[in-house]
Design a protein around this ligand. Structure first.
Ligand SMILES: C[S@@+](CC[C@H](N)C(=O)[O-])C[C@H]1O[C@@H](n2cnc3c(N)ncnc32)[C@H](O)[C@@H]1O
Length: 265
């Protein structure tokens, strides 16, 4: 089993202009791209982006579309929708090689990434692979993006964590028992990759008295976004691009006095 990279391996070695920028474009609204991201995009000669199928469009590319320029070279990178290790590794290696080649041929290169670059992102594997390849002339920079979770919290005016509260970010568990394990660890859960699992997750939240303290954010930032109190979303599948925010408790100190029923509404 290969050793994971050490912290020292991972740290950037040089400053100066990045030849490869891994850019978080946010969850959907093109206006949520940062100023740093926009600058990097404007300077890029090659724009790479993940696609789930060869010839497909890709979410990150759609988000960044208003900021792309006609003369930029497009480099779709195919990441298959599978968890099988070998096809994933092949895709990550191939993507890293193609990016390294693009850096040699038409720099600077930007790799677009939906949301943030460090949260459940294919780009993270490409970064790890490029670090392993240790190409001396490849100066790489990562620009963070707004996560879907942060955008969902802002869109619904839903504070993610307050005071000493713990926030747990997790993919949707596979079973009610696995949900209980998550619930035991944190006051607030941000459940990602919901999709088909909403069918049973809704029932499990209801049984635990948490349905009314949860909300579903589907396709945040897209024209068809839905922000729904979880109790109002019927059982069934929801989009893969959905997350569920669950609050188990509020902290002790709030702007209103807990005993003041009138003030709390
Ligand atoms: C592969 S992860 C990518 C996360 C992304 N890198 C981020 O920073 O938010 C995909 C999961 O993120 C969540 N997600 C991504 N974009 C979303 C959006 N626009 N609306 C709601 N959830 C989204 C969903 O839970 C989805 O299953």
């Amino acid at each position: 089993m290969p050793e994971p990279p050490t912290l020292a391996d991972q740290m950037p070695r040089s400053l100066g202009m990045a030849l490869l920028t891994i850019l978080g474009v946010g969850p959907g609204d093109p206006d949520l791209i940062t100023m740093a991201g926009l600058k990097a995009l404007r300077q890029a000669r090659t724009v790479a982006y993940p696609v789930a199928q060869p010839g497909g469009e890709g979410m990150a590319a759609r988000i960044a579309a208003p900021w792309l320029q006609l003369e930029q070279r497009h480099l779709p990178l195919h990441f298959p929708m599978t968890t099988a290790p070998e096809p994933c590794r092949q895709a990550w290696r191939r993507a890293a090689q193609r990016l390294a080649q693009a850096v040699a041929e038409s720099p600077p290169v930007v790799l677009l990434c939906e949301g943030d670059v460090s949260l459940y992102a294919s780009a993270s594997y490409v970064v790890l692979q490029l670090q392993r390849m240790a190409i001396p002339q490849l100066k790489m920079r990562l620009i963070p993006g707004v996560t879907a979770m942060a955008a969902a919290a802002a869109a619904t005016h839903w504070p993610l964590a307050l005071q000493t509260q713990q926030l747990l970010i997790a993919p949707a568990p596979e079973t009610p028992t696995a949900l209980d394990v998550l619930l035991a660890k944190a006051e607030v859960l941000a459940v990602h990759k919901v999709g088909q699992r909403w069918a049973w997750l809704r029932e499990a939240l209801e049984q635990r008295g948490l349905l009314r303290q949860a909300l579903v954010a589907e396709r945040v930032g897209w024209p068809d976004q839905r922000l729904i109190p979880a109790a109002e979303l019927p059982p069934g599948a929801c989009s893969y691009f959905s997350l569920v925010l669950v609050r188990q408790a509020w902290p002790p100190v709030l702007p209103w006095d807990r005993d003041d029923a009138g003030a709390t509404g």
